[in-house]
Design a protein around this ligand. Structure first.
Ligand code: NAD
Length: 467
């Protein structure tokens, strides 16, 4: 899903809101048209794009200047908020799209934040800890005027973690002596003001959105209660999973991406007491591991935590006692499973491979892993896609808890944090799935956008920004 696709979807949804007389009934005629034109223009354009080059002196004494970005899309709902990604494929268009998705995600979940995103064009596993420390500090130096606890609050994303955030907050403190610094970054280590459970929060939230839809919601709804056509087909797909589970047959699942988000989602599915899963495939950027009888997820997580990657050879698999066939990474999405958790990178299911995919339910742990055409195709086939803006918000929900606790110097317990996150996720799921299935709206992603845009537009209107 490119930034243009996301902007097109925003335009479509704004048009539908304009045509819906029950939304903002106090405005009609020319004034209504002008307000909606203005709101659409604001929400489909970006407030600020900042690009800089970070100078790194490598351990081998070579000097490199690497591109770095911070994109601030919109802050009508609160301070800009979004992760910083370290990855060799980072580019301006991708960062901008991720910033727009953050605005929509925060609005959908009623978080008091706007949307932003950052990125550095660097492959973190080819840089030493000293080099990464330098890149992180220089990033803060370059973007210092645009970051702050009441302006723009970064967090970890792909290729960054709590150590990166600790370094960054340390540098922010040095640059701004005497100023409030703790809440300038979230996703920090617990020792440094981070929230307990933050690291697991996104993966747990991803799994919770799927469990809520399948086990808490679909199990209570009968076919005749939802409109005929795609909605009913989708409900049938969910009922099939529940029937399998009831008959003692495991639900087969595969997980793409075995990092922070994917490994936690895999663990949650593997150890879930409410639905019995068999994880038959997992992948990372180097391999897909497949075992039709089920992979030993616990041992793979232990290995991944130690080496930051999955085992890539028979010998390494033997060493940890895991049985699996080794395939290339791109094979994961073609596995014959019921559920696919997509927790790696963008554009994994696209117009080119959409017809070769077997799963019935897709959970977007990553941002934009399914492109626009494939999304439409899967929807028309009666498959269920739980979209990124809904499924992967657990991290930013817990970031909000961390930001609050940094302001009052109070440490919430892990149980409090995770309960808060799962309750919040359940509320958002109820809002989206109830309106999608019962009102027969035109797509789950469209429904998410509709809820988010209603909030953003109402705030723009109330703030007097539409003229
Ligand atoms: P991570 O760096 O911890 O893990 C990423 C994983 O994806 C690694 O296992 C990597 O090897 C794998 N990968 C990369 N390219 C791949 C490919 N082509 N095929 C298969 N695997 C591949 O990152 P993360 O924090 O787990 O983030 C994963 C995704 O979730 C990203 O898209 C990120 O934007 C999104 N996300 C993360 C968070 C968060 O809190 N960490 C929040 C919201 C969304």
């Amino acid at each position: 899903m490119t930034v243009k696709d996301t902007q097109m979807l925003i335009k479509d949804m704004m048009k539908r809101l304009y045509e819906d007389d029950s939304f903002l009934p106090e405005e009609s005629g020319d004034a209504r048209e002008r307000f909606f034109q203005s709101g659409t223009e604001i929400l489909t354009t970006t407030d600020k794009v900042i690009k800089s080059y970070i100078r790194v002196s490598r351990d081998n004494r070579e000097i490199e200047r690497i591109p770095a970005y911070r994109v601030q899309h919109n802050n009508i709902a609160g301070f800009y908020k979004g992760g910083i990604r370290f990855n060799e494929h980072v580019n301006e268009e991708e960062v901008e799209n991720l910033a727009v998705l953050m605005t929509l995600k925060n609005a959908l979940h009623d978080l008091p934040y706007g949307g932003a995103k950052g990125g550095v064009v660097v492959s973190p596993n080819q840089y030493s800890t000293r080099e990464l420390n330098m890149i992180s500090k220089k990033y803060v130096q370059r973007f210092a005027p645009d970051i702050g606890p009441t302006h723009d609050i970064p967090a970890p994303d792909m290729g960054t973690n709590e150590e990166t955030m600790d370094w960054m907050v340390g540098e922010f403190k040095t640059i701004h002596p005497g100023k409030n610094y703790m809440g300038a970054f979230t996703g920090k280590s617990v020792a440094n003001g981070g929230a307990r459970g933050r690291r697991e929060a996104t993966g747990r939230g991803v799994y919770h959105s799927y469990l809520w839809l399948t086990d808490s919601w679909a199990s209570t709804v009968k076919e005749e209660e939802v409109p005929e056509g795609v909605h009913r087909q989708q409900l049938r797909s969910l009922h099939r999973l529940l029937e399998k589970n009831k008959s003692g047959e495991p639900i087969k699942a595969a997980v793409q991406g075995f990092g922070n988000v994917g490994s936690v989602a895999a663990h949650m599915a593997d150890s879930c007491s409410r639905l019995n899963h068999r994880i038959t495939a997992v992948s990372d950027h180097q391999v897909t591991l497949v075992n039709e009888s089920g992979l030993n997820i616990e041992r793979l997580i232990e290995y991944q935590e130690k080496y930051r990657e999955l085992p890539v050879s028979e010998e390494l698999l033997d060493r940890i006692g895991v049985k699996a066939d080794i395939l290339p990474p791109e094979e994961l999405v073609y596995q014959k499973v019921d559920v696919l958790f997509l927790a790696a990178v963008e554009d994994q299911i696209t117009a080119d491979n959409k017809e070769l995919i077997h799963a019935d339910v897709f959970v977007e742990g990553a941002n934009a892993p399914i492109d626009k055409e494939a999304d439409r195709y899967l929807h028309e086939q009666g498959k269920v896609v739980i979209p990124d803006v809904l499924a992967n918000a657990g991290g930013v929900m817990v970031s909000y808890i961390e930001w609050k606790q940094d302001r009052v110097t109070y440490l919430y317990s892990e149980d409090e944090v995770l309960k808060d996150m799962t309750d919040h996720m359940s509320e958002s799921c109820e809002k989206v799935f109830d309106s999608y299935f019962r009102e027969g709206l035109s797509g789950i992603r469209n429904t998410c956008y509709m809820h988010a845009l209603k909030r953003l537009f109402t705030l723009l209107y109330r703030h007097g920004k539409l003229f």
